[in-house]
Design a protein around this ligand. Structure first.
Ligand SMILES: [Zn+2]
Length: 376
């Protein structure tokens, strides 16, 4: 039975709702997004606006035409096929102003759906078509995020990406950039791009530089290639988190290692179906990992290209896998625990998020009860 008054101690009671959680509940739920690509998360209106302003031909001048070209949310043949949409989005992200705007709007969009903290990743080298220096490319995004944080009251960080299918020398250049901007907006380093045929260990030099500078590492692995890719990410490149890890289930030993060492998995459900890392949403190993106790987090990957939000990802997980209140709380807490933020801040953030989440879950469906009694 529900208690009338709740006092929040360390072990707070958590209730199952009397009616199913709706989408609005997940919109209000405090969330994190630790895996979101800047160049895959633009607003469609912004793409059109930037293309017109900068006189860039993107083959579309209306939202309808843009949708037809980009096909957001489409299931593709492979990750490589999925990544083609970025050719278009990158075309309009070649100026300081456009990068600033993309970053600023990402804060606004996240704040609007109760994402209290996110880490946005991108590879500055992909924004040099018009000769912009990589330092300017990084500064523009950091500036956009900083102004967004001030205006919308949430927090963020940047993860610099090396690209698997571009030369390791370029990864080294990206690593040097991350080193220079550590504690000045950059919170981590990643390796993104086509996984198949492009092993992470080819980029070892960049990881050595990153790790010797005590910078956080996350690596896309086990998405388009098997557990060996995750093994390399962890044991050759020193990854602290794994991007996706969808195929981790294929190696039980590594699966238990990841669990024992509390290595977070950045799960992106919708994206995994669209790249066919998972055949269907029902066959995604997400719930299996969660039940095993792995540190599973939910993330968007690409808000535009995947046509999703953090609210949608939580709601999809809830509906597909019949999550309990405890599952939802665990996912929220895993997100905070896995963030690349200083421990002192994390302790406070964790306490605050836990309390907010429990209050939200326990008050769900009880709004009427909270209304003050009508005056006689
Ligand atoms: Zn990704």
């Amino acid at each position: 039975m529900r208690q009338k008054e709740m006092y929040y101690s360390h072990d707070m009671d958590l209730f199952e709702p009397e009616k199913p959680f709706d989408r609005d509940f997940f919109k209000k739920l405090p969330k994190t997004d630790l895996h979101v690509h800047l160049d895959g998360s633009l607003r469609p209106e912004t793409i059109l606006d930037l293309a017109a302003k900068d006189n860039v031909d993107i083959g579309a001048d209306t939202l309808k035409k843009l949708e037809k070209t980009l096909q957001p949310g489409k299931t593709h043949e492979s990750l490589t096929d999925y990544l083609k949409a970025f050719d278009l989005t990158l075309k309009v992200l070649q100026t300081e102003e456009s990068l600033y705007r993309a970053a600023y709007e990402l804060i606004e969009d996240n704040a609007a759906e109760s994402v209290d903290y996110f880490e946005v990743r991108y590879s500055p080298i992909l924004h040099t078509d018009k000769g912009l220096p990589v330092t300017t490319i990084l500064e523009a995004v950091v500036e956009g995020l900083k102004d967004g944080e001030r205006d919308f009251g949430i927090k963020s960080g940047v993860i610099v990406c090396g690209i698997r299918n571009i030369s390791p020398d370029v990864s080294m250049q990206m690593a040097e950039l991350a080193v220079a901007f550590k504690n000045r907006g950059v919170v981590g380093y990643d390796l993104a791009g086509a996984e198949y045929n492009y092993p992470a260990r080819d980029h070892l030099e960049s990881f050595n530089l990153i790790l010797s500078n005590n910078i956080n590492v996350t690596i896309h692995a086990g998405e388009a290639y098997g557990p060996d890719s995750i093994h390399q990410a962890l044991h050759y490149c020193g990854a602290h988190r794994i991007g996706h890890g969808t195929r981790l289930k294929e190696n039980g030993d590594l699966l238990n290692y990841v669990n024992d060492h509390r290595i977070p998995l950045e799960i992106c459900l919708s994206s995994n179906v669209q790249t066919q890392a998972a055949k269907t949403i029902e066959r995604h190993p997400f719930k299996f990992y969660l039940d095993l106790g792995l540190r599973v987090t939910l993330n968007t990957d690409n808000r535009l290209v995947t046509l999703t939000t953090m609210t949608d990802e939580y709601y999809l997980a809830y509906k597909t896998f019949n999550l309990t209140s405890q599952n939802i709380l665990d996912l929220v807490i895993n997100g905070v625990k896995s963030a690349f933020i200083p421990f002192e801040y994390k302790k406070w953030f964790l306490r605050d998020t836990k309390q907010k989440t429990i209050e939200l879950i326990n008050s769900y469906g009880r709004e009427e009860e909270k209304q003050p009694a009508k005056a006689q």
